[in-house]
Design a protein around this ligand. Structure first.
Ligand code: NAP
Length: 307
């Protein structure tokens, strides 16, 4: 069976990644787009989800690419209509709403997929296997990028529920919680919130593994010049560096792998398999750590920021 999918929110990530990834994935085809201000090529177009569900009687799945603040209502509506649902990251603006979606998906007997694209970066699986055989001493995460370059014209990202610097930071946390075989807990956090914004531009997190290894993370949106997406792991038996967002791996300083970004095609293959197996894949670990940082973090007002 080929999944007939409709995509909601034709914006940056939908155009950059979802459309080309769907195109190259067997078992799924895009038949419709619902977006208020954009039109997809070669598909039926609708202004919103209501119209798409009404117009596409035999739609199997809905892919949600809007900002997180509006994801819950759309996901709920799609699940209630009996559709399989693919959630962009983060899967929601709150933990409780994603929990509610899982309950609803189970009741409806449909697939719910909370995608974490960074977990599909080329070197993540190898890093996970290497760490599984070693005792972790400490982990250092540096996720530094230029918000003006990556998020121009996206006011939602600075609003409540937009996550601020945790929008990229949650990608690091999704890799962390994938490669570390123990639960990770948050110890403390500092959140730099510009005086004219509702969400942090910088964050420093102290975390720990269940067996006590220290994990430090710095997320910063004020980085100009070279961008940094690194996770360094020190173990009793050597060191590992995942860089380029998980697409490059060094072990004890030696490059083991450097591969192009193929995260979204891998996610669509996963989605096709989940639908075929009638399964749900929702891991809330990255979102819980972000929620904990907002719950426990010390708020440090910083200079106003013009994006
Ligand atoms: P975006 O381009 O700003 O938004 C996507 C689309 O959603 C917009 O084009 C808009 O389409 C619709 N939309 C925007 N605000 C809305 C609102 N308040 N209510 C309803 N619809 C709204 O954002 P994006 O960069 O694609 O990010 C979308 C999601 O993908 C986020 O959760 C983000 O974390 C995730 N993501 C982004 C990237 C990236 O590189 N940008 C990478 C990975 C994941 P219409 O106006 O046409 O309806």
């Amino acid at each position: 069976m080929t999944i007939r999918a409709g995509l909601l929110g034709l914006g940056k990530i939908a155009r950059d990644q979802h459309l080309p990834a769907i195109e190259k994935t067997a078992g799924i085809e895009l038949v419709a787009v619902a977006s208020r201000n954009a039109q997809g090529e070669g598909v039926n177009n609708y202004p919103d989800l209501d119209a798409m569900l009404a117009g596409e009687g035999d739609l199997d799945a809905v892919i949600l690419c809007q900002p997180p603040q509006v994801r819950y209502a759309a996901a709920r509506q799609a699940l209630l209509a009996g559709k399989h649902v693919f959630l962009e990251k983060p899967p929601g603006a709150t933990v409780s709403e994603v929990d509610a979606l899982v309950t609803l998906a189970k009741a409806q007997g449909v697939t719910l997929y909370a995608s974490w694209h960074s977990r599909y970066a080329a070197a993540v699986a190898q890093a996970k296997a290497w760490i599984a055989e070693r005792a972790v001493r400490s982990i250092d995460i540096q996720w530094r990028e230029d918000v003006r370059h990556w998020h121009p014209g996206q006011p939602w990202i600075w609003e409540p529920g937009g996550f601020g610097v945790f929008d990229p930071g949650i990608n690091a946390l999704s890799i962390l919680t994938e490669i570390v075989p123990e639960p990770v807990t948050l110890l403390s956090a500092e959140l730099d919130v510009p005086e004219n914004k509702q969400a942090p531009i910088g964050a420093a997190l102290r975390m720990a593994t269940a067996s006590g290894a220290a994990i430090d993370a710095v997320f910063d949106w004020r980085q100009t010049g070279p961008q940094t997406w690194d996770i360094a792991v020190e173990t009793e038996q050597g060191s590992l560096l995942l860089s380029e967002g998980g697409n490059m791996l060094r072990l004890d300083g030696e490059v083991q792998m450097k591969a192009p970004d193929e995260e979204y095609p891998a996610m669509y293959r996963r989605f096709v398999d989940l639908v075929a197996g009638g399964a749900i894949d929702v891991d809330l670990a990255p979102l819980r750590l972000v929620a904990d940082a907002f719950l426990c973090g010390r708020h440090c007002p910083t200079a106003t920021f013009e994006d």
